[in-house]
Design a protein around this ligand. Structure first.
Ligand SMILES: [Zn+2]
Length: 238
């Protein structure tokens, strides 16, 4: 399979929360999209790994991605180890994505910042001829960092106004996280996850208004953006 965009993140639902609208928008443009979850999310405060796997499959269907995989890294122990990087490089060689979306490199959760390093270094290794894994050497062209939760100024924002409602459905597919059983409601979690729906709305509106639309998703890239035509640049300055 040849993917145009592959989004990599630590836990199932991370991709939906940070770049689900963008993936959906790219699918609607005719691009092939995919998601690689590094872990199965088995350390989640609520629900079982089986439930999360089912929810991840439902969310993937809602976002209309062509492929979703799980790298089998233990949840809460994401590390950029040699073995994980080789496994990730194998996926990159198989899926051959042109653009890869990874988490921003700083985060509260260690799995998230380790996921960023693991994803970047796995993509790099995939291009090395002498790597002791099968498949044709291949390196993605573009690495984008999803910065939704991190608050630094993004390089660009994708307008996801049309995709927002479907992204919301994909997020809410993780019912075990968002609609816990009554007996579980008193559990303490860092994020008041039951309120995440309204928080996600607020966050997407915040980034949307920066570019003059209703909802947006922010991204950062390390290299500058090239511009050909300064006359038709979008987003009003004054
Ligand atoms: Zn996560």
């Amino acid at each position: 399979m040849k993917l145009d965009v592959l989004a990599i993140a630590a836990h199932p639902d991370d991709v939906e929360l940070t770049c689900g609208g963008t993936l959906l928008k790219m699918t609607q443009k005719g691009y092939k999209t995919g998601i690689l979850d590094l872990t199965a999310g088995e350390m989640g405060t609520r629900g079982t790994p089986e439930t999360r796997a089912k929810e991840a499959a439902t969310a993937a269907k809602i976002l209309n991605v062509s492929w979703r995989g799980d790298l089998g890294v233990p949840d809460s122990d994401v590390q950029p180890s040699r073995q994980h990087k080789l496994n990730l490089a194998r996926v990159i060689r198989e899926m051959r994505p042109r653009t890869v979306i990874v988490p921003y490199w700083e985060a509260r959760h260690p799995d998230h910042y380790h996921a960023s390093t693991l994803a970047y270094e796995g993509c790099f290794l995939a291009g090395l001829k002498q790597l002791p894994i099968d498949g044709e050497p291949y390196r993605p062209f573009k690495i984008l960092y999803a910065t939704s939760f991190e608050g630094m100024p993004p390089t660009f924002i994708v307008d996801i106004t049309k995709e927002y409602e479907t992204r919301r459905k994909a997020i809410l597919a993780y019912a075990s996280q968002f609609r816990p059983a009554k007996s579980e409601r008193k559990q303490k979690v860092f994020l008041a996850i039951d309120e995440l729906d309204s928080k996600m709305d607020l966050l997407a509106r915040y980034y949307g208004q920066m570019i003059g639309v209703k909802y947006g998703e922010p991204f950062l890239q390390k290299e500058p953006l090239a511009v050909d035509d300064v006359v038709t640049l979008p987003v009003r300055s004054i």
